[in-house]
Design a protein around this ligand. Structure first.
Ligand code: ZN
Ligand code: ZN
Length: 211
């Protein structure tokens, strides 16, 4: 994780990144800075600023804005845990593979988030706990700072639809030769519908999209 300071203009809390100007590749909210004052952010991130892995590709600018602040959790008279609350939103366009033919499909995504991050060491004495629904709402930050990139990556991936089709009647890949049947009428024999072939086509699609 590269530590890179959110830029501030004068005493303003606003952090602006002009789309054409360099911007912090990784924004870190440091707990020492948040203890002084909440930090407002308003960014337009070019593709690559948030590494989304293989699941989605960002197209154009990813707009995100919000507020990071410290919330003190009073666990006892001398046991105060400094949580980071991050509220904000993002919106952008992304490309994901069609679930049937693996052709890229462009989808707009936007979501609001309101998240709490606790210092990782605050719960470290607790043994492995089973994750219950409310607990999944709590994230953790390491080394006294929270990476906005990490948060955005998770939020974008969470907002991806489970299944995206390039069109409702996408014909998918031929389970025998792998041709995209939307564009090519292959000469493979039409066998009886067998769900195992469909599964194979899906697997082939995954391999294709990963290569
Ligand atoms: Zn398709
Ligand atoms: Zn075929």
């Amino acid at each position: 994780m590269t530590a890179s300071k959110p830029r501030r203009r004068g005493t303003s809390l606003r952090i602006d990144a002009h789309p054409l100007a360099p911007y912090p590749q990784v924004m870190e909210f440091k707990i020492v800075e948040l203890e002084r004052e909440p930090i407002e952010f308003d960014l337009a991130l070019t593709p690559g600023a948030v590494d989304l892995g293989e699941e989605a590709t960002q197209i154009g600018l990813l707009a995100t804005s919000g507020l990071a602040e410290v919330i003190h959790e009073h666990r006892g008279p001398k046991d105060i845990v400094a949580d980071i609350r991050l509220r904000g939103q993002f919106s952008g366009k992304f490309q994901v593979p069609c679930a049937r033919c693996v052709e890229p499909v462009e989808i707009p995504l936007s979501a609001e988030f309101d998240l709490i991050f606790r210092p990782a060491e605050a719960d470290s004495e607790a043994p492995e706990r089973s994750i219950t629904a409310p607990e999944t709402e709590i994230g953790y930050y390491l080394k006294d700072s929270l990476s906005l990139e990490d948060v955005l990556r998770e939020q974008v991936l969470l907002s991806l639809p489970v299944r995206t089709l390039c069109k409702p009647d996408c014909k998918g890949l031929c389970p025998r030769c792998g041709e995209n049947r939307n564009s090519t009428a292959c000469t493979c024999e039409e066998g009886p519908a067998d769900p195992r072939w469909e599964a194979l086509a899906g697997l082939r699609g995954r391999i294709k999209s990963e290569s």
